[in-house]
Design a binder for this molecule. Structure first.
Ligand code: G3P
Ligand code: CA
Length: 332
């Protein structure tokens, strides 16, 4: 007879009952911890790991109206590691999620509210605009009745909907004219408990074409991970800027045609990640993966997910490094 069984028998009936109760309590505690761990892993977004990041550009904007909650929901369902938000500021100081500085391309509704510059409208005015119908008209093959009447989300509404369950890739748009856009963004990160997860596990990446905007954020909080977007068409010109960029950013977001092996190597030499935009076909995704990029923006996260899944070798062993690996890289 095993020693444990002999010890249990030696306890007598009362001792055995007490022992059983202790074991039950112990099992219940273990199950509680396991349940909590399972629930946490399901509820909290995975931090960027040893993988090429799948960034849902304006959500899954190839299949649903850009920067709407259905486009974000779809990107998440399709396997995006991050969903992107472009920020605009209303005349009453609210950060909203919209790509263009003007409403005309994607908003429909009363002309006084839904045409012209976003920064001349209040949030209440913007909330009268429909930002789904244009998509149905432009892409009838992907049109859905439920897209009619979709509203422009505020950034706060996005945080309220997804909390810490997902990763955000937020762009300061027109920061030169948007009053204290950076401070407003950081205040919202604080309000929703996202600043520390941004710093520790890159739950939020902040991107901009404006070096001044990123440098301002870096001055406000050096721990926040920043991505410098770039429109320069020449890899050599961009490479010449990398030393400066590395002083405040953790990566670059080049236009996809600017990416070549020399740019990726030069960026990685400086511990900068490379996240090209906007990559919507499998051939270009493959070309960029072969060059060793660390992530990419796409309107079709499901397609990128498929391309990544099909690649040979361990799925996360390509040129990408985890946030921790990049931190180590930057320390050495
Ligand atoms: O942020 C990456 C990419 O979105 C930059 O271009 O014009 O789509 O914001 P844009
Ligand atoms: Ca963008």
């Amino acid at each position: 007879m095993p020693a444990v069984a002999r010890r249990v028998l030696a306890l007598g009936p009362a001792g055995r009952r007490q022992s059983l109760r202790q074991m039950n309590r112990c099992m219940a505690a273990v199950l509680t911890v396991v349940a909590a761990l399972v629930s946490a892993s399901a509820a909290i977004a995975e931090p960027p790991g040893e993988q090429v990041l799948n960034i849902g550009h304006r959500g899954a904007s190839g299949e649903a109206p850009e920067h709407t909650l259905p486009a974000y929901d779809l990107a998440i369902r399709q396997g995006a590691d991050y969903i992107e938000q472009d920020l605009q500021l209303t005349s009453d100081g609210v950060l909203v999620v919209l790509h263009d500085e003007t409403l005309d391309r994607t908003a429909r509704g009363p002309a006084a509210n839904c045409t012209g510059r976003v920064d001349t409208k209040t949030l209440a005015q913007l909330k009268t605009c429909d930002v789904g119908s244009w998509f149905n008209a432009a892409f009838p093959e992907r049109a859905r009745p439920e897209y009619v009447g979709l509203r422009i989300p505020s950034l706060e509404e996005v945080f309220q909907r997804y909390g810490k369950r997902i990763n955000y890739y937020i762009e300061t748009k027109s920061p030169e004219t948007a009053d204290r856009m950076e401070e407003r963004l950081l205040a919202l990160l604080d309000r929703y408990g996202l600043r520390k997860p941004a710093a520790v596990r890159r739950q939020v990446l902040i991107q901009s074409f404006s070096p001044a905007s990123l440098q301002k954020i870096h001055a406000l909080d050096r721990s926040l991970p920043l991505i410098q977007l770039n429109q320069i068409t020449d890899s050599a010109q961009l490479r010449a800027q990398l030393d400066g960029i590395a002083s405040y950013a953790v990566g670059i977001g080049p236009f996809l045609s600017n990416v070549d092996a020399a740019l990726v190597a030069a960026a990685h030499d400086r511990c900068l990640e490379v996240h090209p935009y906007t990559v919507n076909d499998a051939a270009t995704m493959t070309r960029l993966l072969d060059l060793g990029v660390d992530g990419m923006f796409t309107n079709f996260p499901a397609l990128l997910d498929q391309v990544l899944a099909k690649r040979a070798g361990p799925p996360k062993s390509r040129a990408a490094k985890s946030a921790r690996a990049w931190d180590r890289c930057r320390r050495t």
